[in-house]
Design a protein around this ligand. Structure first.
Ligand code: KIV
Ligand code: ZN
Length: 386
């Protein structure tokens, strides 16, 4: 069994998305919940980005125990210094420094030559090591970087003291097979790669962030950077809940890899983030959407009532969902109706059930969902009215 470290960046990359910014107190509340969830690393913010971000990182470093607390920093001394300062009170701290390594970023954004980038990466990691011996280095836009150059930058960062090497798919450009190959190639071509943990950080522009992360893990990455509900820049980051549950439910495929996430805290964490940001996940969102464990069609309801695993590959309780939600609507069958009526305290003969079933179907044709109050009214109308 080998552990996959979960690096949560909800409070940094997640917060960078429009409409998701949080106050220091809100971030602190989220950070406490992330600690309960059992993440290994909380990227609490980008200390140099603003006074508010510095304070959030500092507050979390002071008050949240358990996970490693991390701040992002560009490969600049002033950024790294601020990160080191903000993280001072943390028992376990990490500085995460990064620089872009793709031609397009180096030429148009950084206006630096590859040799200058290489030198800057080395200096940044060495400087960060003055504040902590846990230093992560990211090659921004790694998936669009020239291969030999990428290997050189990684080798240099490891030599300079980086303990985690992060491979971001910054613009969500990779596809799973190709990304898996990239991780394998890095493992086979970078000298001393075994001295560092390989991390991945995937964006969801083409909807493949989770698939890319999982394939990377299958091919040797041992840290995944992800966010609650998949929030993050543009289309978002890989969703933590999907990564964790895929590794758990498909242990057979992932060869015994595990995480230390307390999966029963997943739903609560997702809801807390929704409440704080005022942005709710779509109903069909995997793992945490309202419909993730809901069954409306008669065939599915019958199956799930007979045995939950007929149409559910995990127990809702395992992710902290209250219970499987059976929606009564026009596709529902007798089994589901009978069960709900029983739960409401009505035990009907087969004949009476048939009568109510007819009425229920007629009502369900007129509305999206039939609620408990509707059923009670039907029973009253049919059997109790004098
Ligand atoms: O997407 C990205 O490349 C990042 C880095 C700063 C790790 O968020
Ligand atoms: Zn990112």
């Amino acid at each position: 069994m080998e552990k996959v470290y979960i690096f949560d960046t909800t409070l940094r990359d997640g917060e960078q998305a429009p409409g998701f910014s949080m106050t220091a107190d809100e971030k602190l509340q989220m950070a406490h919940q992330l600690a309960k969830l059992g993440v290994d690393v909380i990227e609490a913010g980008f200390a140099a980005a603003s006074k508010g971000d510095f304070e959030s990182v500092h507050l979390i470093a002071q008050q949240v125990e358990g996970p490693i607390i991390c701040s992002l920093a560009r490969a600049l001394e002033k950024d790294i210094e601020l990160a080191g300062e903000a993280l001072k009170p943390a028992r376990r701290k990490r500085i995460h420094t990064f620089i872009a390594t793709s031609e397009i970023h180096m030429k148009y954004k950084l206006r630096m030559s590859p040799e200058e980038v290489l030198e800057r990466a080395k200096k940044a990691v060495e400087f960060a090591r003055r504040f902590t011996d846990d230093v992560e280095f990211s090659c921004e836009d790694a998936t669009r970087s020239q291969r030999e150059f990428l290997y050189r930058v990684i080798e240099t960062a490891i030599k300079a003291g980086a303990t985690v090497i992060n491979i971001p798919d910054t613009v969500g450009y990779a596809v799973p097979e190709e990304f898996a190959r990239l991780i394998e190639d890095i493992r086979n071509n970078v000298p001393n790669i075994d001295r560092a943990i390989i991390s991945v950080h995937c964006h969801d522009d083409l909807g493949m962030a989770v698939a890319n992360s999982l394939m990377a893990v299958k091919h040797g990455a041992r840290q995944v950077e992800c966010t609650i509900n998949g929030i993050g820049e543009r289309a978002g980051n890989a969703a933590l809940e999907e990564i964790v549950m895929a590794l758990k439910v498909r242990k057979d495929f992932f060869g015994g890899l595990y995480t230390d996430i307390n999966t029963r805290e997943i739903y609560k964490t997702s809801r807390l983030l929704c409440r704080i940001t005022g942005s709710f996940v779509q109903p069909n969102k995997a793992i945490v959407g309202d419909n993730a464990f809901a069954h409306e069609s008669g065939i599915h309801q019958h199956g799930v009532l007979a045995h939950p695993l007929t149409y559910e590959i995990m127990n809702p309780e395992d992710v902290g969902f209250p219970s499987t939600r059976i929606i009564l609507g026009k596709h529902s069958g007798r089994h589901a109706l009978k069960r709900r009526l029983n739960e409401l305290g009505f035990k009907l003969s087969d004949e009476d059930l048939e009568r109510i079933f007819e009425k229920f179907k007629a009502l369900a044709d007129k509305k999206k969902e039939v609620y408990d109050e509707d059923l009670e009214a039907l029973i009253y109308e049919e059997f109790m009215k004098v």
